[in-house]
Ligand binder design. Structure first.
Ligand code: G
Ligand code: G
Ligand code: MN
Ligand code: NA
Length: 255
């Protein structure tokens, strides 16, 4: 249909862009990274969110092309921040399970990093918890492990909503879990939320996993998470996803 064709040509024509949402280290208050999020800037309809066009790209078989574009834009952003003397350790890119099935994925990412002259630790690969079942797809498992061994950070996205086994979290060398925002909402005053977050943070610490809380909207939530030792925070209360050209001022004003 129309959306399918439009989304495909938007991707080919560079109309789908990475926006960047900041992530903060709770200890130092400094920027620890950005998450790259796809945005379709439509000339007539305005900004179209991923929920509206990801299924179309998937149907068109273009998810691999999307992650290629997102990685390139993420690495371009890092080069610009570096050139401006801003410290942004790493950028996260989201990978759908289908994209992780690509046998050429690891070589392509290695090639892109080389081309940009960047070390693998500058790229964080975000994978969904649903990928990490007890019987993961062999290619997917091999790709994630190889990316981790190469030196990329592996973020487990939406943690707490899926069914990742602890065994697979370790086997895949996950570096950090992103605690889903459903746990973070009202975490400054709701005792049930606080219990679950405390349990997740304790588990992560015992397993040597870093932690990031998603969907942090209030100063109270931020303070509670910092107090419990959550390593990083991300959310509208810190900064909304923004186009690249706003990120430099954002980092300068923040630091
Ligand atoms: O940006 P927003 O909150 O609307 O994102 C909605 C969903 O789309 C999130 O689950 C996010 O992970 C996903 N998403 C955003 N950008 C990308 C992308 O470049 N690739 C993939 N596979 N998913 C993305
Ligand atoms: O699934 P993933 O974590 O990749 O999705 C990230 C999505 O969450 C993005 O679409 C982003 O716009 C959204 N998001 C980020 N911070 C907040 C927040 O503080 N509140 C809400 N409601 N959504 C957020
Ligand atoms: Mn994500
Ligand atoms: Na998430």
């Amino acid at each position: 249909d129309n959306l399918l064709e439009d989304a495909a040509s938007a991707l080919q024509n560079g109309m789908i862009q990475a926006w960047f949402q900041p992530q903060i280290c709770t200890d130092t208050g400094r920027v620890s990274g950005f998450e790259a999020l796809a945005r379709w800037c439509h000339p007539v309809k305005g900004m179209i969110p991923p929920s509206a066009f990801l299924p179309a790209l998937e149907q068109a078989g273009l998810l691999q092309k999307l992650s290629q574009v997102m990685v390139q834009q993420a690495l371009t952003a890092i080069k610009s921040w570096d050139a401006a003397g801003l410290k942004v350790p790493s950028v996260g890119v989201n990978f759908a399970t289908d994209e992780l099935r690509d046998p050429a994925l690891v070589n392509r990412i290695r090639w892109e990093l080389d081309r940009f002259g960047l070390t693998p630790d500058r790229l964080t690969v975000e994978v969904l918890e649903t990928v990490m079942t007890d019987q993961p797809d062999e290619v997917v498992a091999r790709n994630i492990t190889a990316l981790g061994e190469m030196g990329c950070h592996i973020d487990l996205d939406d943690f707490g909503t899926g069914h990742a086994s602890i065994a697979s979290v370790r086997r895949f060398r996950v570096s950090r879990i992103k605690i889903d925002r459903s746990f973070v909402t009202k975490a400054d005053h709701d005792p049930e939320q606080q219990k679950m977050i405390a349990a997740i943070l304790t588990m992560a610490e015992r397993l040597d996993l870093k932690t990031l809380a998603e969907g942090v909207e209030t100063a109270g939530e931020h303070a509670f998470l910092a107090q419990l030792g959550c390593d990083h925070v991300q959310g509208f209360g810190i900064g909304r996803p923004m186009p690249f050209d706003q990120t430099l001022d954002w980092v300068i004003n923040h630091e």
